[in-house]
Design a protein around this ligand. Sequence first.
Ligand SMILES: NC(=O)c1ccc[n+]([C@@H]2O[C@H](COP(=O)([O-])OP(=O)(O)OC[C@H]3O[C@@H](n4cnc5c(N)ncnc54)[C@H](OP(=O)(O)O)[C@@H]3O)[C@@H](O)[C@H]2O)c1
Length: 323
Amino acid sequence: MRYRTFGRSGLPVSEIGHGTWAMGTMWGPRDDASALEALSFGFERGINFIDTAWVYGNGHSERLIAKALKESGEKAFIATKCPPKNRAWPAKPGVPAQEVFPADYLIEMTETSLKNLETDCVDLQQLHVWDDAWLEQGDWQEAVAKLKAQGKIRFFGVSLNDHQPDSGLRLVESGLVDSVQVIYNLFDQTPRERLLPLCREKQVGVIVRVPLDEGGLSGTLTPETRFGKGDWRVHYFKGDRLKETCERAKGFSFLVRPPIQSIAQAALKFCLSDPAVSTVIPGMRSVKHVEANTEVSDLEGFSEEELKKAYAMAWPRNYYPSY
Ligand SMILES: NC(=O)c1ccc[n+]([C@@H]2O[C@H](COP(=O)([O-])OP(=O)(O)OC[C@H]3O[C@@H](n4cnc5c(N)ncnc54)[C@H](OP(=O)(O)O)[C@@H]3O)[C@@H](O)[C@H]2O)c1
């Protein structure tokens, strides 16, 4: 496993981090035993960065991480998220910051996450939605300063709205954040245009989420795939979306050549090809996936020609329902 410096924190984080949304909620039945096994195998393979959120099962994913850390005796950089108070994903334009992240609420939710994580200090607290208009609004900045001063959070960041990488450009410019979390994958490459170069310039950490397009770039879905009960992807891949996604994913087969063994590995390596990226966090609930994904870090990357061909095949679209 290779490590990159997480923004201006100076801390080394593993190129492959662990995404844990599916361990908490919305991806069908939970299997805590497999999730714990995957987390602990991740530590063995060098993962030292885990992304979670209170909303991933109302603290369930956070509690699993605490258990995995306790059982393995390992230490890891933990990134969690404070949900919007109005429970609206993505952030709706025009809604004031004070309705979404008032200071007392941000403090209270951080303390809840600390309890779930069984720690006095979380490495990174992120706002789970963001709107650049909030820069001049509300009292959330006071809460961040207080949490940092009290030693309850080490760093602060935001998770940008789905497929809206430019919605955080002013925030990155402002120097108020240590990191941003953004969708960046073979399909949606728009962060390359403005957000990634700016983060590099400002030394802001970049956490790449959804590198496998919720499975669309995993190489394991086919047009015939049927999602199980409680798996939200029934909506994400509804109608002809799955068929088109599978066809488009196949187009990237030219990236699967030794030592890259699968579309999933190619998709992760693509994200790592940008030096602005600090860590890529595929969702992984099995040892098998942790094994395949952690391998990617040490593999040789793509040539300029291969990357140019991949850039030309970008397919930005937004399949997310809003809540
Ligand atoms: N708004 C936000 O802040 C936000 C939104 C979405 C996600 N996130 C974060 O980003 C993380 C990653 O996103 P995601 O989990 O939604 O989507 P993703 O990483 O794009 O895709 C996850 C899917 O890929 C599968 N997979 C992983 N490795 C594989 C491999 N080597 N071969 C085949 N399939 C593989 C997973 O299976 P298994 O689950 O069975 O292992 C799961 O079905 C989340 O877990 C979460 O931490 C944040």
